[in-house]
Design a protein around this ligand. Structure first.
Ligand code: BJW
Length: 254
């Protein structure tokens, strides 16, 4: 991380009246939750996205897709928020008009103390049946024993909906599916009204979520990016902080 940039970013955050924090998989990487597209640890370095993160994939092979999501849910349940999540909760505590928008399907922002993160891509913890207006479903706790624990690539048959008997699916947004309308509207409005948007740990390539920092920049907000790697969001960012979130974010709120 270059010397003067963190100071500038910290000053921008202190002076802002309306802050938006926009996060992707990178914020949870240091909690041990794999990202999607990173070369070595990315989920899709090992699995083909089109096989797993689409409604067609679930329709074709529900046990494989449900097993993959149960494996990921178990990993998240065993993970803890890291100092990056905690720093974001601190930003929110200092400036209560802060809006946290995440593309992540984990609950680590909430467990770090963030009040009401907007989840653009749903959650691992809100399964519903496959019917159009899907009944919410409840999930059993994952088994404790190693033998029965979901594992990467393991097949687990999805449960049936208690109301209608159809298959239960993960409550996430797959490719080709619409984002939850209220969440997307709230995110766009918050971005357009922000003075500062802090984007953390996202490759910025999945739309329409990737529009959020761009909307803020077009509306005159200063965009601060935290990411160890360059991304397409470099171009709209006033400050690029190259480093891992769990190191960079605590320094911004120190
Ligand atoms: C660190 C770090 C550390 C590492 N610290 N950083 C316009 C143009 C082109 C295509 C489209 C378009 N509009 C729509 C599309 C199609 C498609 C799309 O965007 N495709 C592109 C990939 C080309 N979009 C859709 O299909 C969306 N739906 C839609 O548009 O519907 C239209 C519609 C309207 C009305 C009716 C019906 C339809 C839906 C997109 C859903 C995305 N879903 C997923 C899966 C969620 C479920 C699950 O978890 O399995 O969401 S895909 C996946 O990507 C997931 C993520 O939220 C999302 C973004 O990924 P993210 O978070 O950026 O992670 P990575 O891995 O990409 O990046 C991690 C970053 O962290 C890297 O930069 C690292 O360097 C960094 N990092 N360690 C900080 N320690």
């Amino acid at each position: 991380m270059e010397g003067v940039l963190p100071h500038r970013a910290a000053q921008l955050l202190r002076d802002a009246r309306r802050v938006v924090v926009f996060t992707g998989a990178g914020i949870s990487a240091e909690s041990g939750v794999p990202t999607f597209r990173d070369d070595l640890s990315g989920l899709w370095a090992r699995f083909d996205a089109q096989r797993l993160a689409t409604a067609e994939a679930f329709h074709t092979d529900p046990d494989l897709v449900w097993g993959w999501y149960e494996w990921r849910r178990t990993r998240v349940l065993r993970a803890e928020p890291n100092s990056g999540h905690l720093a974001i909760a601190t930003i929110e505590a200092r400036a209560p008009s802060t809006t946290v928008i995440t593309q992540n399907v984990d609950d680590l922002h909430e467990r770090a103390g963030t009040r009401a993160a907007i989840h653009l891509h749903g959650s691992l913890f809100t399964p519903r049946c496959v019917a159009a207006a899907g009944h919410p479903a409840t999930l059993p706790d994952p088994p404790d024993g190693d033998v029965a624990r979901p594992h990467e690539g393991g097949r687990i048959p999805p449960p049936r909906c208690a109301s209608c008997g159809l298959l239960v699916r993960p409550g996430v947004v797959w490719f080709g599916e619409a984002l939850p309308e209220a969440a997307l509207t709230a995110a766009v409005e918050a971005a357009a009204a922000s003075d500062v948007l802090l984007t953390v740990g996202t490759s910025g390539v999945v739309y329409p979520a990737a529009e959020i920092p761009r909307i803020a920049a077009r509306s005159g907000a200063a965009v601060i990016q935290v990411n160890p790697e360059p991304t397409p969001l470099d171009r709209v960012s006033a400050v690029n902080l190259r480093g891992p979130a769990a190191q960079v974010l605590p320094a911004l709120v120190a």
